[in-house]
Design a protein around this ligand. Sequence first.
Ligand code: NAD
Length: 362
Amino acid sequence: MGHRVTLIPGDGTGPELTEASRRVLEATGVELVWDVCQAGVDVMEEAGTPLPQETLDSVKQNGVALKGPITTPIGTGFRSVNVALRHELGLYACLRPCKTYPGVRTRYENVDIVVVRENTEDLYAGIEYEAGSENAAEVIGMLNELQPKKIAAGSGISIKSMSAEASEQIIRFAFEHARANNRREVAGVTKANIMKFTDGLFLHVFRSVSRDYPDIASREVLVDALCMQLVQRPEEFDVLVLPNLYGDIVSDLTAGLVGGLGVAPGANIGVNAAVFEATHGSAPRYKGLNKVNPTAMILSGKLMLEHLGEREAAERLERAVSAVIAEGSRVTYDLKPSRDDPTAVGTSEYADAIIETLGEDT
Ligand code: NAD
């Protein structure tokens, strides 16, 4: 009996990227039984929603999904499918490994960082009061009574709230990930010197949880200092655990360190389900052109294999991807020295090159 996985092709370039990834994952020899389910703008009209209930039910039942990017429709009243999936499935941890592969054009070498981002709280909880609204005026009035420092009338307000429970959950996740993957250090990233009751709480929990993992080093870093140090000496960092907003920003920074969106995989993980997907969006202008780079999606599949306990296959897959990129002849346009290089191959032919290389690695 193989692993049952929900496959969500998504929209835009999603279907071609997931098809390439599906073929590559099957070529590892791991038996995968795909439950193909739709979501995104292409099913919106027919299903009346971009996230049909049967898709959600399938991920809940299988506990694992490989998902292509999905466009967030603007001005339709539908919220982001990506956000809805994370919310409905309780995917509290966002995992983004950022690693340099020889052959990918970057300014840095030897970067191997895993960003662990809290996915549910912080300024992203969605509690906001519009400047000039009645509710904003009421909140400002209430706060101005509680403290000597006054908020200017007519301000917009966004609430930052963080709990010890959610902080502990994500910090434990980071340490467990470090332990399971032979990582040496976890850095807790905050701005606790300024935001004492939110970031300060996160740091307090970080200190306490780190004592349960004496085999893993821990370090405390302020997010502003982290940004400078990442640009100067990224090879010195290992696993980073961050509250939601800093995690969002820093994971884009680290993706930039290793070559950008085309090579940045990701996963959103909860207690009962995990969704594996690239960091990038649906790149709609390339839809159907067999052009964009499936590496981020394929490496998200590699994370999925690890999650399924198929570590040996995951390692073989990473070796094959790395070898094809390093060899450099059968890669997509964005991995070539110039973007209009006529020798660039398409999404599907790049996947073929990885499949051939997998076949040679016995
Ligand atoms: P995008 O990631 O789709 O594109 C940004 C740039 O990167 C574009 O120039 C694009 O062509 C390029 N690019 C992206 N993926 C690439 C790949 N695999 N290979 C080569 N080049 C690649 O970001 P966007 O244009 O801001 O977003 C498009 C849509 O995707 C939006 O509706 C957005 O909401 C959605 N989105 C979805 C997800 C997700 O499904 N998880 C994530 C981010 C954005």
